[in-house]
Design a protein. Structure first.
Length: 461
């Protein structure tokens, strides 16, 4: 239930953006912030939520996250200005940061047997895929019939019910020895991601050479460099860089970045294209994304079963092929692109996203010690959110730059579709590399490092 509402919330807002823009008198940068305020906060606090749940109890943090997310959803529905909506979306994101990685670590601990865990994670990933696919359809229907505020109401009863069911059915679990809080690492992650996204979104408006934008990019670079230099020196850092010695884990991180930057940019651009260029209503925009949703609903459970039986490679190869075919079709997008062409492109994109989600989830925790399950899941989820934030920021920025140069919207999107094609090709390559004897051996070596330690990071190779 938690992954259902969080997954829907990632996508349900996109089709309502034009209605929100009209009602709250927002500019394009404001629409980008509606999406990125949420994803940035989620990305910044996912790792903290994972380690906190390992320390204080996964069910407890899970219930707190559900409560915060539910309250944030209600407040979003009451927002009177674009600034209020952005702030309440950030509160939603803070609650969401405690849900998916904690839920995945609960599953990992409830199913210690590798085969059973793979199947359970596959089901979890399938629900995530279904929820992402349903979001645009439900969002279009609600926005077109009741209004954009109703897209946030749907979370309230589901969230309240999930809190009560978690108290009844979810067993409490903790790590034998959880890691300490790392305030320096947490601050550097938040500063780095926030300033990078801020610079990308506001660059066209403030000017790329302005002191503000240059300062933001310099701050982001310094924060990221400091994070890489400081974290290995800490006894118990926010992010243990040894995780990335596992090829499947590193692949899961890159897969999350590539696929979800494509997905977020895809939804953002198509919501604007269908409504502002083609003149469709929010409801019809949601219907146009129905092929994407159907493919995700059909293929996500199948991909979960494939991952449980054969590993991630078949799912990743199918996913990469779907991404590449879809985005190549859209590189020629114009104001009169036939509807059948668009529907086919959307269906192929649904193949790509539907197949990739269970594979990412499984690769993230495969072979990792149970004591590190929360953190490993959080890092993989962080990569998804960072990718989504960057996808929206870059897509919106390129559109804003095209408006400034007098280029029409559809022409401005062509370069973005080519970038997405390259990301799809990256998914194909990672699919080949992530499930080999070499990659499995790397995961065993990483797990052995943690098992040898008396506690997390007490010994270094």
């Amino acid at each position: 239930m938690s992954v259902l509402i969080v997954g829907m919330d990632v996508t349900i807002v996109n089709v309502a953006l034009p209605a929100i823009q009209t009602d709250l008198h927002a500019r394009l940068a404001g629409l980008q912030w509606i999406l990125d305020a949420y994803t940035l906060v989620v990305a910044s606090f996912l790792m903290l939520a994972g380690s906190t749940s390992d320390r204080f109890g996964r069910r407890r943090i899970f219930q707190i996250g559900l409560s915060v997310f539910t309250v944030g959803s209600f407040l979003c529905s009451r927002a009177g200005t674009i600034e209020q909506l952005i702030g309440f979306r950030a509160l939603q994101g803070f609650g969401a940061s405690m849900l998916n990685p904690v839920a995945l670590s609960i599953i990992a601990n409830a199913f210690p047997e590798p085969k059973g865990r793979a199947r359970a994670v596959g089901i979890w990933g399938a629900v995530a895929g279904v929820s992402l696919g349903l979001g645009p359809v439900i969002g279009g229907a609600l926005t077109g019939t009741i209004g954009w505020r109703s897209i946030f109401w749907i979370n309230v009863p589901i969230g309240m019910t999930a809190v009560l069911l978690a108290a009844r059915f979810v067993p409490e679990s903790k790590a034998a020895r959880a890691r300490a809080f790392d305030p320096a690492g947490q601050a550097l992650v938040l500063i780095g991601l926030a300033t990078l996204t801020w610079g990308l979104i506001e660059g066209p408006h403030a000017g790329w050479g302005s002191a503000l934008i240059v300062g933001l990019f310099v701050t982001a670079a310094v924060a990221m460099l400091a994070f890489v230099l400081v974290e290995p020196r800490l006894r118990e850092p926010l992010l243990d860089l040894r995780f990335f010695r596992s090829v499947p884990f590193s692949s899961a991180t890159l897969l999350g970045l590539s696929s979800f930057s494509c997905f977020a940019g895809f939804l953002f651009l198509n919501a604007l294209y269908l409504q502002q260029v083609r003149g469709f209503s929010a409801f019809h925009t949601g219907l146009f994304t129905l092929p994407l949703a159907i493919m995700m609903i059909l293929l996500s459970p199948w991909s979960g079963r494939l991952v449980g039986r054969y590993g991630p490679r078949p799912s990743l190869l199918a996913s990469g092929a779907g991404f590449v075919a879809s985005t190549l079709m859209l590189t020629s997008l114009n104001q009169h692109t036939p509807a059948a062409w668009l529907l086919l492109a959307y269906a192929l994109f649904g193949v790509g996203l539907g197949m990739v989600n269970p594979a990412i989830s499984n690769s993230a925790v495969a072979g990792m010690p149970l004591s590190q399950a929360g953190v490993a899941a959080a890092i993989a989820s962080t990569s998804r959110q960072v990718g989504a934030a960057i996808g929206v920021a870059v897509s919106g920025t390129m559109v804003a730059m095209s408006h400034a140069r007098g280029t029409d919207f559809t022409t401005a999107t062509h370069a973005i579709w080519w970038v997405m094609t390259a990301c799809g090709a990256a998914v194909l390559v990672l699919g080949l590399a992530s499930d080999t004897a070499w990659s499995r051996a790397s995961t065993k070596r990483v797990a052995h490092l943690f098992e040898e330690s008396l506690g997390p990071l007490q010994s270094r190779p």
